[in-house]
Design a protein around this ligand. Structure first.
Ligand SMILES: [Zn+2]
Length: 304
């Protein structure tokens, strides 16, 4: 359930470094280590939704992120087959999105308070939009800046609007948590590592080994933690918007079946093992029900 608008293939440089002297190699590596360290330390911030320290390029503001998301969205829409916006399914999906988006502020504030933080309301500048795309895949996405899509293949797997809201809440959460921007920062660090490898005279095989070590040790678990975070924030959004969060568990069971039990082992997959995911969601259920109690009734009171 993740579409990477910025692509994940860094330009892999496999330059065979020649006979640099050993001490020069270390000076070069040290230089890159300091550069990488400064980039890392200079761009750390605390996410209000999770209370965790994250790496986001501080020069990337909401406006640029929105522009990148919009560009990717237009590219995707031009390649896919959007369903008529007046079709019943488009209207239903839009209504679910509207209810979820209406709860972004209160959920962010509540989660930030839990972590003793102030909400940033980064998403207030988003230009939300949702389209339904004709496709067999059971998938959905939300790009930085709030441009979303739901594939028609997801509808029979979701089966009901509560489960659809859980998936859409998860996708919205990726955008709220700025996971795209975090991945861009992470790719920049990876590039610094690659440049260091090439400049210090590592041969292609050594560079390859360094990159796979980074992949398994750093990049994949990072992606998995993004999935877990999006599950939690998305579930709270769905609950606050008066959907039934308990639909999350049977939903992910159906998703597991829909992928034909072909999910790779958790270690090498960017997605949490379905069993682990279901367990995590089960553990979040009391909190989700509390959010539903608190924020869903508020909405009813306002409507009366
Ligand atoms: Zn995801």
């Amino acid at each position: 359930m993740r579409q990477d608008p910025f692509g994940s293939q860094g330009n892999r440089r496999q330059r065979r470094g020649g006979g640099l002297f050993g001490n020069i190699r270390w000076v070069v590596l040290l230089g890159f280590a300091i550069y990488g360290g400064c980039y890392y330390l200079g761009n750390r911030s605390v996410d209000p939704y999770t209370g965790e320290k994250v790496l986001i390029d501080s020069t990337l503001d909401a406006c640029q992120e929105k522009a990148l998301g919009l560009q990717a969205y237009q590219e995707i829409l031009s390649q896919e087959r959007p369903v008529d916006p007046n079709a019943q399914i488009s209207q239903q999906v839009r209504e679910i999105a509207r209810r979820l988006i209406a709860k972004v502020d209160v959920v962010e504030t509540a989660l930030a308070q839990e972590h003793g933080l102030q909400p940033q309301h980064f998403a207030r500048d988003f230009d939300w939009e949702v389209n339904v795309l004709q496709s067999d895949q059971a998938n959905a996405f939300c790009l930085p800046g709030g441009k979303m899509a739901v594939y028609t293949g997801l509808i029979p797997v979701a089966q009901n609007s509560d489960a659809l809201a859980v998936v859409m809440g998860h996708e919205i959460a990726h955008a709220l948590l700025r996971h795209g921007a975090q991945r861009m920062a992470q790719q920049k660090l990876t590039q610094i590592g690659q440049m260091a490898g090439a400049a210090s005279g590592m041969d292609a095989q050594q560079q390859q080994m360094m990159m796979s070590a980074m992949g398994y040790g750093y990049l994949l678990p990072y992606a998995r933690s993004h999935e877990t975070q999006a599950d939690e924030v998305g579930l709270m959004l769905a609950a606050a918007a008066c959907f039934n969060p308990e639909e999350a568990v049977p939903l992910w069971e159906r998703m597991g079946q829909a992928s034909g039990g072909q999910a790779p082992p958790e270690f090498s997959s960017t997605h949490p093992n379905p069993g682990t995911r279901i367990q995590n969601l089960g553990a979040l259920m009391p909190k989700a029900m509390a959010y539903r109690q608190q924020f869903c009734s508020e909405e009813r009171a306002v409507r009366q």
